[in-house]
Write a protein that binds this ligand. Structure first.
Ligand SMILES: [Zn+2]
Length: 147
């Protein structure tokens, strides 16, 4: 999943991004570096003012983006984690149901007594068989059930 890769290291990357941009903002190194480039152009007035502010606050914008990235990553990875847990739980439930079914069958099997030879055709009962493997007759010795 692509999103999972994108958010996997959201926290360390986000923190690093914030740290770098905080440093840029504090030192204004970035601002001092970029503003002279537009000061020499023909841009004037409001547009220059806008660009001036934009460049000055760019590190802040990036810091906010990295904060959003960390938060989104946290929420997303939590969701992925929960989904995985649900899937694992469902698998366990399915497995338990299968085991329960097998145990029920075994218990049902042990409830009865069986003929060692088929009462119908006389062939020897195969191990764990309910019915004759030869003619299909029931091998269960019928008792009066207590009800
Ligand atoms: Zn038989």
């Amino acid at each position: 999943m692509k999103l999972q890769k994108f958010f996997k290291y959201a926290f360390p990357i986000g923190v690093a991004g914030i740290a770098i941009n905080l440093l840029l903002f504090i030192t204004n190194w970035y601002y001092e570096l970029v503003v002279p480039l537009i000061e020499d152009t023909f841009i004037e007035g409001a547009l220059f003012h806008f660009l001036d502010n934009l460049i000055y606050y760019t590190p802040v914008i990036f810091m906010l983006l990295f904060v959003a990235y960390i938060i989104a990553g946290h929420i997303y990875m939590k969701k992925v984690h929960i989904t995985k847990e649900v899937q694992e739980t469902e698998k366990l439930v399915e497995k338990n149901e299968k085991i329960q079914k097998e145990l029920d069958e075994k218990a049902e099997f042990l409830k009865h007594k069986y003929y060692t030879n088929c009462p119908n055709c006389g062939s020897v009962r195969e191990e764990n068989a309910n019915v004759c493997s030869f003619c299909g007759a029931s091998l269960i010795i019928k008792e009066k059930k207590k009800q």
